[in-house]
Write a protein that binds this ligand. Structure first.
Ligand code: SF4
Ligand code: FES
Length: 543
């Protein structure tokens, strides 16, 4: 492994790495704007210049490959003088609007101006002012804050391949722009907001909603499709304000889809189910979660006593965590050992959307057509639990198609009631409600949004959304990933895992990790990610 020395410190680097990346990997701070590990390297901002022994002038550390034995000085007087000059140049036309800028608190210009810049401006002329521009459905461009790093332009060329953004004009008239009639509306558009090192590109949805230093973060997984994008949920005082990508080289790298970003919205909607209900004398009345659970278990137990084994079903939702699907399956089979486990609807939208870099044809991102996060995980759990199973289509039509027939049509006709879990982020019930839902005399419904099914439930238990609980999902590629609770569920809503834990009469508190151990591999070895993102390593330089 090649070694380089940076400011007297010996660093192990990888062959072919650039100086900057080797330093960042080693936890050393080197200022950089235009460099991003997921994009090409134009070396245009010049703030990362360093002195290399044996070379006659400063070189861009982001674009200079390491050599074994290389000696680098990032803190020499020449390098520091360059950093100050670059900062002074970048701030010439930059507005002093940090107090009202959404990026304040996570702005590289702000941070570097403090660490590497001059404390006073020598610029006395009028600053160039550019108006705010609406560049897409979700994105505003505050052009006078832009430092022309071109990260956003390169993203639309190299990752989405849509090339909506370009640099218009030259010199101090340079501006990021869109082509007439071609707004920045691709399905990954909001990644440019994360990429922008200053507050030039901003998310319309997050604009002026919250100061970033008030936000806490929780590691999670995207609930919108089977891709399993890794995310951070940013929240404060029980409210989610935004979702950001969490780097995972095996899944989503640095990017997430816009659908993932806005997936939290439904959690705070008024129409969401929040009140447990149970049927009393033919009418639904409000109740508490423990009372609703007691009635649900009692009703289902009586149903099996009256109709015999094989009269219950449990519809497991692909929105459930694997641990919850496991516990509910075990609990329902305890009431009725012959209960049929039904896989809830697995919605699809056409084909996978694949993004490619037009320059080399390489795939850069994929949005899965399967619009639920855990169909693979719930299928695996159902296989582990064994016994009679059916897909939603088989269940809805009352016929079992295809082989092997784990369950016959006659067997489906014997079903008299069951436990139905929805939890989808949008309405999921088909226009033609399955007869079995209507016919069953006991329908315990757990859902997020109201529907005719929840209105007609004999027991209704609202569910907690994914951001309100711990669990794991398996993505389309068989990767089991753990997500952590960000906020508490609304008052009155009990997490499904806790309910099933109680239903099974287990002692103590529900413990998702203990359930994963009980389930065995591949769940047992899935680990929760660190709850906080690593802070960038800043080294304060004496100027
Ligand atoms: S808008 Fe942001 S990302 Fe785009 S060039 Fe300007 S500073 Fe860079
Ligand atoms: S980060 Fe190296 S020149 Fe911009």
């Amino acid at each position: 492994m090649p070694k380089i020395t940076v400011d007297g410190r010996s660093i192990d680097a990888k062959p072919g790495q650039m100086i900057l990346q080797a330093c960042l990997d080693a936890g050393m701070a080197l200022p950089h704007y235009c460099y991003h590990p997921g994009l090409s390297i134009p070396a245009s901002c010049r703030i990362c210049l360093v002195e290399v022994e044996g070379l006659p002038k400063l070189v861009p550390s982001c674009q200079t490959p390491i050599r074994d034995g290389m000696v680098v000085h990032a803190n020499s007087s020449k390098a520091i003088a360059n950093q100050k000059q670059v900062m002074e140049y970048l701030l010439i036309n930059h507005p002093l609007d940090c107090p009202v800028c959404d990026q304040a608190g996570e702005c590289l210009l702000q941070d570097y101006s403090y660490q590497y810049g001059r404390s006073q401006s020598r610029f006395e002329e009028d600053k160039v002012k550019n108006p705010k521009k609406d560049v897409g459905d979700h994105v505003y461009l505050y052009a006078d804050r832009c430092i022309m790093c071109t990260r956003c332009v390169r993203f639309t060329r190299e990752v989405t391949g849509t090339a909506e953004l370009f640099v218009e004009g030259r010199g101090h008239k340079e501006e990021i722009a869109i082509f007439p009639g071609r707004p920045l509306n691709n399905k990954l558009s909001l990644n440019v907001v994360d990429l922008c090192p200053v507050g030039a590109l901003l998310d319309k949805d997050f604009l002026f909603k919250q100061r970033v230093w008030l936000l806490k973060e929780a590691p999670s997984i995207s609930p919108v499709d089977a891709g399993g994008e890794n995310i951070w949920i940013h929240h404060n005082e029980g409210v989610i304000y935004r979702i950001k990508p969490r780097y995972n080289p095996d899944v989503n790298t640095w990017w997430i889809s816009d659908d993932t970003r806005y997936s939290y919205k439904v959690l705070h909607e008024d129409k969401r189910l929040r009140q447990p209900r149970r049927t009393q004398y033919g009418t639904q009345v409000e109740t508490t979660a423990p009372k609703a659970l007691e009635q649900a278990v009692g009703d289902l137990t009586n149903l099996v006593k009256t109709n015999g084994e094989g009269s219950l079903y449990a519809m497991l939702s692909p929105m459930m965590a694997c641990e919850e699907a496991w516990l509910l399956g075990v609990a329902v089979r305890r009431i009725d050992p012959q209960a049929v486990l039904v896989m809830g609807p697995v919605p699809r939208a056409g084909e996978d959307e694949v993004f490619k870099n037009p320059a080399n044809g390489k795939e850069t991102f994929r949005i899965k057509a399967e619009k639920v996060p855990n169909a693979a995980g719930v299928r695996r759990v159902m296989n582990m639990l064994g016994g009679a199973t059916a897909t939603f289509e088989e269940f809805a039509s009352g016929t079992k198609r295809g082989a092997p027939a784990a369950i016959s049509a006659g067997r489906l006709a014997k079903l008299k009631g069951g436990w139905i879990v929805g939890g989808y982020l949008s309405p999921w019930l088909p226009a033609e409600v399955p007869d079995l839902f209507k016919a069953g005399s006991v329908r315990v419904v757990q859902d997020l949004l109201p529907s005719s099914l929840s209105d007609g439930a004999t027991v209704l238990l609202p569910v907690a959304a994914w951001a309100e609980k711990d669990g794991c999902w398996e993505n389309y590629a068989g990767k089991v990933q753990v997500f952590s609770q960000a906020i508490a569920p609304p008052e009155g809503v009990k997490r499904e895992g806790e309910l099933y834990w109680q239903m099974l009469g287990r002692p103590g508190m529900y413990d998702a990790e203990a359930v994963r151990r009980e389930m065995g591999e591949p769940f047992a070895s899935a680990r929760a990610p660190a709850r906080e993102a690593a802070e960038p390593a800043y080294e304060f330089v004496e100027l």
